[in-house]
Design a protein around this ligand. Structure first.
Ligand code: PLP
Length: 456
């Protein structure tokens, strides 16, 4: 193990404290809490400025009342429903509110759970699809050994993980210039009797685009009519699940569509809560195999739970409830509309620059992406622009599109609550200055990073 050490600044060091500490070994002796506090704080000072991070979907700012609630609830363990019955009850209120928001036929009985994020929610939904398929196959006396899941090649990495960890063959429908999202047209070639379900994404991570869930359902209806295969849909609404209900109320993507068996969202994305919260909701009890539900002791009785984790913080669930009360439908609509307006403003400004071509325009979730315009002849790439913006404090990642479109590099901006029009104006002029700088180059800049590997 390396002997890397951190010096303790003499101004922070208290009597008897070490002059430096090993980064990789627990020290033999204790130290003054203030010294330890300063070491940790100073180490994290070099983390980026979250306000200027336009790469992440995850909430970076909540108001003071939320901070107070959070501090009041640091110690609450979500699994300990016996000790924290009110937190458990509040989880239930949130579940029913979300089930209603997504038009579950009976929100009061739709099975649901909070999770640490969308990834856990997607795993649970995937397992439910797999189990239901296995149960159907076994009761028909058919082989249940080779399940597959059909989805776009632009799915978030959590679906690759699900297939890997839970032994399901992933079937990726490639995105292409003609089919930039999974739209149902190619499904027929991918779906068979071993398909446990189809994933539709509401808010593709790379571009923000909504996959047309109703068209996917229509394609599956046609497959059922022709081949007798009844294939359910899971909607990965990690981002869109908290945007579409407020801004696109007429868009049918949720339980209004009969094939939609389950939906997930990230409370910590457009749910507007600090990191560590996701939600999964199933259409009805038939959509969730009873065998996945565990019983934990609750006020002398028992409480159904389903989760991959056991202990986890309960505070985020309280923050979600706080926000539902604090903002209401009206407030969520205003916040998301504000973010969408900022995204659309920036997209328009960037799209108007000669060097760029928009891939999406921020009119779905407040996220958009662009590429270098066809025939652009400068000696720079979007990775260079990303590096230049990073030097000015802005994090705007550049990365290749998924397989089959991976020769195209895009740059993406995610607008979250707190990125104001004012900040957007400042970013737009920074981009324009940096583009001017790059366009004036006669030869490529030396590269230290490739920017490949961006996964979220
Ligand atoms: C479409 C989609 N699904 C799932 C996830 C994973 O979400 P989480 O970070 O909440 O686990 C993301 C994250 O960006 C996403 O965009």
């Amino acid at each position: 193990m390396s002997e890397e050490r951190i010096d303790v600044n003499p101004l922070h060091r208290r009597t008897g404290d070490a002059r430096s500490v090993d980064k990789n070994r627990i020290p033999e002796r204790s130290m003054d809490p203030l010294s330890a506090y300063h070491i940790v704080r100073d180490e994290t000072m070099l983390d980026g400025n979250a306000r200027l991070n336009l790469a992440t979907f995850v909430t970076t700012w909540m108001d003071e009342e939320a901070q107070r609630l959070y501090a009041d609830a640091f110690d609450k363990n979500m699994i300990d429903k016996d000790e924290y019955p009110q937190t458990a009850a509040i989880e239930g209120y949130c579940q029913r509110m979300i089930a209603e928001l997504w038009h579950a036929p009976d929100p009061s009985s739709a099975p649901a759970t909070s999770t640490v994020g969308s990834s856990e929610a997607c795993m649970l939904a995937g397992i439910a699809l797999k189990r239901r398929w296995q149960e159907r196959r076994r009761s028909a006396g058919a082989d249940a050994g080779t399940p597959n899941l059909v989805m776009s090649s632009a799915v978030q990495v959590c679906w690759e993980k699900f297939c890997n960890y839970f032994e399901v063959e992933p079937r990726y429908v490639p995105v292409s210039s003609e089919h930039p999202v999974l739209d149902g047209e190619l499904l027929d070639a991918y779906v068979d009797e071993n398909t446990i379900g189809v994933v539709a994404i509401l808010g593709v991570t790379y571009t923000g685009a909504y996959e047309p869930v109703a068209e996917i359902q229509a394609a599956l209806d046609a497959i059922e009519a022709e081949r007798g295969l009844d294939v359910p849909i899971h909607v990965d609404a990690a981002s869109g699940g908290m945007v579409a209900p407020f801004l696109d109320a007429d868009l049918e993507w949720d339980f209004r569509l009969q094939r939609v068996a389950s939906i997930n969202t990230s409370g910590h994305k457009y749910g507007l809560v600090y990191p560590g919260l996701g939600w999964a909701v199933w259409r009805d009890e038939a959509a969730l195999p009873e065998s996945m539900v565990f019983r934990v002791s609750y006020l002398g009785g028992d409480m159904p739970t389903l989760a991959l984790n056991f202990s986890r913080p309960g505070a985020q669930v309280l923050l979600q409830f706080y926000l539902f009360l604090r903002l209401g439908r009206e407030g969520y609509t205003e916040v998301q509309a504000g973010s969408r307006a900022v995204a659309a403003y920036l997209a328009e400004g960037i799209g108007a620059m000669d060097a760029f071509e928009l891939i999406s325009d921020g009119t779905t979730i407040p996220v958009f992406a662009w590429r270098l315009a066809d025939g652009h002849s400068g000696s720079w790439t979007l990775h260079d622009l990303s590096d230049r913006l990073r030097m000015r404090g802005w994090l705007v990642p550049a990365y290749p599109m998924p397989a089959d479109l991976d020769q195209i590099v895009v740059q993406r901006i995610v607008i979250r609550n707190g990125v104001t029009m004012d900040l957007a104006e400042s970013l737009l002029s920074t981009i324009s200055e940096e583009v001017e700088f790059l366009e004036a180059l006669d030869s490529p800049l030396p590269r230290s990073t490739t920017g490949d590997g961006f996964r979220h």
